[in-house]
Write a protein that binds this ligand. Structure first.
Ligand SMILES: Nc1ncnc2c1ncn2[C@@H]1O[C@H](COP(=O)(O)OP(=O)(O)O)[C@@H](O)[C@H]1O
Ligand SMILES: [Mg+2]
Length: 251
């Protein structure tokens, strides 16, 4: 079943086509990786889908509804959430408060935050539930700015997860951490996402990670989709291998 579909979606920055007639399909329940070299257009595509960028042309359908011109908030309400390549946390707030804020905003309670933050039992218990899923319960009162890099990345995913999305985009959730931490982050993220029946699209550079965790892999190159398949199919794809090696394409 198709959850999200883009139809001939394009984004132009001056002379540069960051996304060039992209037809992207995400099926319900899959864990999908979006790969490609720097500048391929991955973040732009996610920005278009989340509403942080407006397309020059094309359409975006989510659960069959046209959301091409919906606001970011309307898309979150519909069930689309994302994390950012540069983590997006309130460093002065505690780990608990970063997630609680996300739940408050989802429920439209943002104006009442100051008064309610400590007294809303539903938000409190849901926040601890989310933190528990990401292994952050023991850190709930630590300022987010005091977390190790790997924990920051997990908290950033937890903040997006707390929006209870149907479709979650993670833009490089393992960038800037060690190989060992990468595995920890991906083990946690993939099991939380699968347990919550959330569909996920992950932008990731480490192909070992990509091959290990993905149901399907899509490769972008210069704004276009170059390959789309299972890990086995992508491993056998010559164009993909050439790009990964930095060699010119065969065609
Ligand atoms: N806001 C912007 N203004 C101008 N050019 C941009 C902007 N955002 C991205 N680009 C350009 O679009 C191309 C695709 O960028 P991006 O989507 O960030 O790629 P990726 O995430 O795959 O590394 C790059 O050449 C980048 O420099
Ligand atoms: Mg990017």
């Amino acid at each position: 079943m198709i959850l999200l579909e883009t139809i001939d979606l394009s984004k132009q920055f001056g002379d540069l086509r960051a996304c060039d007639d992209v037809n992207f399909t995400v099926n319900k329940g899959e864990f999908l990786s979006l790969v490609g070299s720097n500048g391929a257009g991955k973040t732009s595509l996610v920005n278009l889908i989340s509403g942080h960028l407006k397309p020059n042309s094309g359409r975006i359908l989510f659960e069959g509804q046209d959301v091409t011109f919906a606001t970011v908030y309307e898309r979150i309400k519909a069930g689309i959430a994302r994390s950012f390549q540069i983590v997006n946390l309130f460093d002065g707030l505690s780990v608990f408060d970063n997630v609680a804020l996300s739940i408050f905003s989802r429920e439209g309670k943002i104006a009442r935050i100051a008064a309610l933050a400590d007294h809303d039992q539903d938000v409190r218990s849901e926040t601890f539930d989310v933190l528990g899923r990401f292994g952050l319960n023991g850190k709930s009162s630590v300022p987010a700015g005091g977390l190790a890099q790997g924990e920051r990345k997990l908290l950033d995913v937890a903040v997006a997860y707390a929006l209870r999305p149907k479709l979650l985009f993670l833009d490089e959730p393992t960038s800037g951490v060690s190989t060992r931490e990468k595995t920890q982050i991906m083990d946690t993220v993939s099991s939380v996402v699968r347990a919550g029946a959330v569909t996920a699209v992950v932008i990731e550079h480490d192909m070992d990670v990509v091959f290990r965790y993905s149901d399907r892999i899509v490769m972008m190159h210069e704004g276009r989709f170059l390959a789309d398949g299972t890990p086995e199919e992508i491993k056998a794809n010559k164009d993909v291998a050439n790009i990964l090696l930095g060699a010119p394409l065969s065609a």
